[in-house]
Design a protein around this ligand. Structure first.
Ligand code: PGA
Length: 260
């Protein structure tokens, strides 16, 4: 059991109307009020809605401990980039974090490690903490190359100038995202240790925060978050259900509570 605080990040992906977002945040706020701040004393909770919902969600969470994050940003400063969102705009909208290099973007937008690396530079330049996502496909895992693939990906996705104290890495096996399938805790611990070794070897001692993501639910969150080297969780589908997401936050917080 660790006493360090834990990060729980809700990635809403491309979901939500303003009405749905309001209901979701109100559902979380009600649970927070009912269970008291003890439930989140050891967990920092970040909500990452789609861009159009950042401002209304930000207004709603202003009086709560919940923090705000974007799901992507441009590597370029504000300027002629139709359809893109600059890191400075996320900051202005109240974000403290931004997800970068999520596997869905690496797949559908063909984002390379180099593209993610440029976005990390842009995010850190304006004071956003990037949450850099990495993970292997089922084929890579079956081929026995998962550790090699994921460590290469993380090193390729971070610039030499990376500020370790303001960087989060999320290990998300692609085959686990949205499938209900998760690696065993020992596998997660092994991958987190390999990632941390690679980061320390290349960029220095850190401290590096490494999250796990992929089919996290209230029923498995405590066991995963209690794993050695697991500093938090990145939650997709379950973050859209206030009861389920709150169950995850509570389960994680308990793993960080010092026994009386
Ligand atoms: P999931 O998604 O929790 O629905 O598996 C995780 C993610 O893609 O960040």
């Amino acid at each position: 059991m660790s006493v360090s605080s834990c990060l729980v990040v809700g990635n809403w992906k491309m979901h939500g109307t303003r009405a749905e977002a309001t209901a979701l945040v109100d559902g979380l706020a009600e649970r927070l009020a009912a269970s008291g701040p003890v439930a989140v004393r050891h967990a920092e909770i970040v909500l990452c809605p789609p861009h159009p919902l950042l401002v209304p969600v930000g207004q709603r969470v202003r009086e709560t401990p919940f923090r705000l994050g974007g799901q992507d940003c441009s590597s370029a400063p504000p300027g002629p980039r139709t359809g893109e969102v600059a890191a400075a705009m996320l900051r202005d909208a109240g974000c403290g974090y931004v997800l970068l290099g999520h596997s869905e973007r690496r797949t559908h937008q063909h984002e390379s490690d180099a593209a993610v690396r440029a976005k990390v530079v842009a995010a850190q330049a304006v004071g956003l903490t990037p949450i850099v996502c990495v993970g292997e496909s089922a084929a890579v895992r079956q081929g026995g190359q998962a550790v090699r693939h994921v460590t290469d990906q993380v090193l390729g996705s971070l610039p030499p100038s990376v500020d370790a104290t303001a960087t989060v890495v999320a290990y998300e096996p692609v085959w686990s995202i949205g499938t209900g399938d998760t690696p065993g805790v020992a596998d997660i611990e092994a991958m987190h240790a390999a990632l941390r070794d690679a980061l320390v070897g290349t960029h220095g001692p850190g401290p590096w925060r490494v999250l796990y993501g992929g089919s996290v639910r209230a029923r498995n969150a405590g066991a995963i978050a209690a794993g050695s080297g697991v500093d938090g969780l990145l939650v997709g589908g379950a973050s859209l259900q206030p009861g389920e997401f709150w169950g995850i936050c509570e389960a994680v917080s308990l793993t960080r509570t010092v026994p009386p």
